[in-house]
Design a binder for this molecule. Structure first.
Ligand SMILES: [Zn+2]
Length: 68
């Protein structure tokens, strides 16, 4: 096992300052990853198939349907 390598795969861009490849923190799991950027921003992301999923909910809200 190589937890360090797995955490590398979870690295993502800071949503606050745009810093690329912010590594996931130790303690991240297969379902949620935690990040602390050098800018002081702290956030979490859900993990799916070993990759972080950022933002977008899985299903669009009915109210988001464009008017016809
Ligand atoms: Zn940042």
């Amino acid at each position: 096992m190589n937890a360090g390598k797995r955490l590398d795969a979870l690295a993502m861009t800071c949503p606050s300052c745009g810093q690329p490849q912010v590594p996931a923190m130790t303690g991240s799991t297969l379902t949620i990853a935690w990040y602390a950027c050098g800018c002081g921003h702290f956030w979490s992301a859900r993990v799916r198939d070993g990759r972080p999923v950022q933002g977008a909910p899985p299903t669009p809200l009915p109210s988001m349907t464009p008017m016809r």
